[in-house]
Design a binder for this molecule. Structure first.
Ligand code: IYR
Length: 230
């Protein structure tokens, strides 16, 4: 019953040490220049860059290989407008009434507020949905719920790969989580097993885009190496 796994030899290319180091350093250097961008140009972006990024995201490991994600790419101005209006309504309520003073203080260095023009300016919005459970038609064509595992972690890993792909393709992104996000299921007509996870505006930065002066923690603050032998 539970021994139905099939195996095949791993395709694995062993890199020479110098090549390993070069690749690792080059990737690090590229990723260090990624910034969250909130001012976008309306300049169009080739759709294949978005498709390739989603295909890359969909290579992520996932709980029980259930791949519990759906990526909705929105380019229609009327839909972007609708999403902006709904997000701004929620965000305004959040900034003015729902967020604690502690939360607002934590966000102060980012200079964010409820205005979200980037949701309309960016040529694409990638709305990522998490499939909290699976839905399949059973033999009688009735919908059947399938339990999913580690969906939050799986989708988080996929979004990391998505952001890396878009950045390497020379595009700017923002990981935006309007709160609450329920309106995205309505606007994008998603089924009941899907819950919005994040909205990612993608495009070129506006010519005069600015980013907050903030820094990444130094490696010594985030990395603990415990080698053997003391
Ligand atoms: N969702 C709000 C607030 C916000 C929250 C966090 I945590 C951020 O890192 C940034 C913003 C907004 O998008 O403005």
């Amino acid at each position: 019953m539970h021994n139905e796994a099939a195996f095949t030899p791993l395709a694995f290319e062993r890199l020479p040490p110098a090549e390993q180091l070069a690749q690792s350093r080059a990737f690090l250097a590229r990723m260090r220049s990624r910034r969250s961008v909130r001012q976008f140009s309306t300049e169009p972006v080739p759709l294949e860059l978005i498709e390739n990024a989603v295909a890359t995201a969909a290579t992520a490991p996932s709980g029980a290989n259930q791949q519990p994600w759906t990526f909705v790419v929105v380019a229609v101005p009327a839909l972007k407008q609708q999403i902006r209006a709904a997000a701004e309504a929620e965000e305004r309520e959040s900034y003015e009434h729902r967020m604690s003073e502690e939360w607002k203080a934590a966000l102060a260095p980012l200079g964010t507020d409820w205005h979200k023009p980037h949701l309309e300016d960016a040529p694409y919005l990638i709305v990522v949905f998490q499939q909290v459970y699976g839905l399949e038609a059973d033999a009688d064509g009735q919908p059947r719920k399938i339990k999913h595992y580690y969906t939050t972690e799986s989708v988080g890993i996929a979004v990391g790969l998505l952001l890396a792909s878009l950045h390497l393709a020379g595009l700017a992104t923002l990981t935006h989580t309007p709160s609450p996000m329920g309106f995205l299921s309505d606007v994008l007509e998603r089924p009941p097993n899907e819950r919005a996870y994040v909205v990612i505006p993608v495009g070129y930065p506006a010519a005069d885009a600015q980013v907050p002066v903030i820094a990444r923690k130094p490696l010594r603050d985030v990395l603990i190496v415990r080698t053997g032998g003391g």
